[in-house]
Write a protein that binds this ligand. Structure first.
Ligand SMILES: Cc1ncc(COP(=O)(O)O)c(C=O)c1O
Length: 275
C-alpha cells in the first residue's frame, strides 16, 4: 500500500479536537491566515474552535411558531460551503483505497457549483488536478472561485436543472482512465459523511434547546447527501420526521415533474441513489 494521504478521519471531522493537538492548533491558525494550507483539511467540520456546532436558533418573533428552529451554518467550512465535506470524503476514500494518486490522476467534480468549488479546493490541497463539468449559466462567483482554487471549468449548456448534462459529460471524460470522478449522485462516501458527521453534529446542536430532541429535519435536496443525516437522527429520535424540500418550479419528487429555477445547489431534476 502507498503512503496514507494527509487529512482527517470521519471521527476527526465530527470531533475535530480528537485530531493531534499540534495539527488542530495549526488548522485553527491556518483558517484565518492561509486557506490554501493543506492543514485546513482539518477544518472540515461543523464545529468551531471551541468544538461547538456552528448554528443559530431562530427567534420566535421571526418564525412565528412555538417550535425551536435550529439552523446549522455551513459558511465557515473551508471554501465556504458544506459540500467540501462530501468532496473530501469521496477523494480521501479513493486515495486510501489506492484508486487515485496525487500527481497522477485528474479529479472530476460534476456539479452546479458548490460541489465543484469543494472539489477544486480539496484537489488543490491534496495535490490533484481538478476539472469541474458544470452548466454554463450559473453565477459568476462560482466560476471565479473554482478557477481561484486552480480548477479547470468544462461547461455544458443550461442552469441548475440541467445538471444531468454535466453527468453525461463526465461519462465521456471518464473514458480516459487518468480521470476519476467524484460521483456525488451515487458514491456512498457522500452518504457516509453526512450520516455520520452531519447527523451526529445535528444531534449535538439541539442539546440544551427545548427538550433536546429533533422532531423534524428539513433540508433542500440536490444529491440528497445532506438529507442522509436524517437516518442518524431517526436512529436516536425515532419520532423525527424527515422532510426533503425542492423548488416549486421543479417538483421532481412531489409531482414527477421538471422545470427551470434559479436556486443554486438544489432541485437537480433527478432522483439520486441516496433518495
Ligand atoms: C447551497 C446548497 N444547499 C444544498 C445543497 C444540496 O445538498 P445535497 O447535494 O447534499 O443534497 C447544495 C448542493 O450543491 C448546495 O450547494
Amino acid at each position: 500500500m502507498g503512503k496514507i494521504p494527509f487529512g482527517p478521519t470521519y471521527e476527526e471531522m465530527l470531533y475535530p479536537d480528537k485530531a493531534p493537538s499540534e495539527i488542530r492548533q495549526k488548522a485553527i491558525k491556518a483558517r484565518k491566515e492561509d486557506e490554501m494550507d493543506p492543514v485546513n483539511l482539518f477544518n472540515i467540520t461543523w464545529k468551531d474552535e471551541n468544538n461547538q456546532v456552528r448554528k443559530i436558533v431562530l427567534p420566535k418573533e421571526l418564525t412565528g411558531v412555538e417550535a425551536n428552529i435550529v439552523v446549522m451554518l455551513g459558511t465557515d467550512f473551508p471554501s465556504g460551503a458544506h459540500k467540501v465535506g462530501p468532496a473530501y470524503s469521496m477523494l480521501m476514500e479513493a486515495s486510501v483505497d489506492g484508486i487515485v494518486e496525487p500527481g497522477k490522476n485528474t479529479i472530476l467534480g460534476p456539479s452546479t457549483g458548490n460541489f465543484g468549488i469543494g472539489t477544486a479546493y480539496i484537489s488543490n490541497l491534496m495535490g490533484y488536478k481538478a476539472i469541474v463539468p458544470m452548466p454554463d449559466n450559473m453565477s459568476k462567483e462560482r466560476y471565479e472561485r473554482i478557477q481561484q482554487y486552480g480548477g479547470e471549468l468544462d461547461l455544458t449548456p443550461g442552469t441548475e436543472s440541467d445538471v444531468i448534462l454535466t453527468v453525461y459529460r463526465t461519462i465521456e471524460l471518464k473514458k480516459d482512465p487518468i480521470n476519476y470522478s467524484l460521483d456525488q449522485f451515487e458514491l456512498m462516501s457522500n452518504y457516509r459523511f453526512h450520516r455520520y458527521v452531519t447527523g451526529n453534529s445535528a444531534i449535538e446542536a439541539v442539546e440544551g434547546v427545548g427538550n433536546g430532541r429533533i422532531a423534524c429535519y428539513a433540508v433542500c435536496v440536490g444529491t440528497a447527501g445532506t438529507f442522509a443525516a436524517g437516518d442518524e437522527m431517526k436512529k436516536v429520535f425515532p419520532e423525527c420526521k424527515l422532510v426533503a424540500l425542492e423548488p416549486y418550479e421543479c417538483p421532481t419528487l412531489t409531482k414527477d415533474a421538471r422545470g427551470q429555477h434559479r436556486i443554486e445547489g438544489i432541485g437537480d431534476k433527478l432522483c439520486s441513489l441516496i433518495q
